[in-house]
Design a protein around this ligand. Sequence first.
Ligand SMILES: [Zn+2]
Length: 458
Amino acid sequence: MSTIIRNGRIIGASEDYIADIFVEGEKISAIGKNLQVAADHEINAEGLLVFPGGIDPHVHLDMPFMGTFSSDNYETGTRAALYGGTTMVIDFVLQTQGKSLASALQEWRGRSDGNCVGDYSFHVAVTDFNEHTKSEIRDLIEKEGITSFKTFMAYKGALMIDDRQMIGLMQEVKKHGGLVTVHATNGDMIDYLIAKFRAEGKLSPLYHYLSQPEVTESEATGRFADLAAYTGVNAYVVHMTCEGALNQIRRIGSENKFVHAETCIQYLMLDASLYERDFEGAKWVMSPPLREKKDQSALWAGIQQGAVQVVATDHCPFKWEQKLMGEKDFSKIPNGHPAIEHRMELLYSEGVAKGRISLQKFVEVNSTNAAKIFGMFPQKGIIAVGSDADIVLFDPNEKHVISASSHHMNVDYSAYEGVEVTGKVKTVFLRGKVAIHNNEVRVGKGYGRFVRRNPSKN
Ligand SMILES: [Zn+2]
């Protein structure tokens, strides 16, 4: 099957031009002006922006948590992502302490494989680094195409590893060309503050926020960056929220070292005042929590400066009845919020339409950088001959309002209810097939494919 997309304005991390795109099978086979080709389908993209498919490298679908599961499974989550122009996600496999990485991967694949609508990959979270775990790293990179390993500096007793394990993991991952990512917050300090607030009877969602002050994140980010710089491993901080953590990334840069950083769309546009709404604040209980307005300004500056390379979501939705598990105790509120569907449109609206970032920067942080950092470029993240035909046709002027009544995520509230957005995804191609057209999904469960990733060469 072949399709010609005529006269769209093609935007890349360093491109802006009007041309036709010829898609054959799953790949882009030609790009040029007035292409003379015989195609099965023709689409007129005049007046539309043409972006490479969005990549959200931080989502949690069908994730077991506190006896329940995040409410989007692989089908509903990847489908909602497609509605919003995100053609690929990277989810997290979580090792159970005392068990192997392989058994965790097998468990996660049992939920994901055959169920995704959009393309997907996994990071593997190492929560117990020992001699056996160490022996599994190479196979994951070389045999499974899973090149990134998540670590937690918080959640002691469940997910957290100590610095000794961290160093060991970093050295092993470096040896095989992988990447270490981190949830960088000081777990001991947070545990202390949570216990203190609970003992004082301070149990509302506001105390979730107050138990994770900025210093818990900046301290851990700096420590992680120092350990990564010492080992020389390729390193990446997930969901960075605040100026203090960003300054640690800048500091390591000033020492001629480099650590990648990701922020999430919510940290760029929502702030901690939402926690003052009594229990309604539970909608935004996530870790790290929303921060202050000054942190939003810092993060936008970080994107401009290239210190922050990726805007993700940390999508981890829970329905309201699940959030109610913590009605009497903030520490029992399932952490996470729904955003997988809205990331790309919100980033365009808040970033490009409001004049904060250029179209090229938008494509970088929405797609291209994630593809490069996580070993999928140029298969993903770019509109180019030979690349997967993951293409978004986008109307930069259409306005719409976000609401739980119209979103496609499996969750009964919106964290962005009533937010007006400028710019709308019109048509989404995933590997050459029309996946979304005028708000209708055209591909089904099982179309999404697991993407094997490549280790870095240096
Ligand atoms: Zn996460």
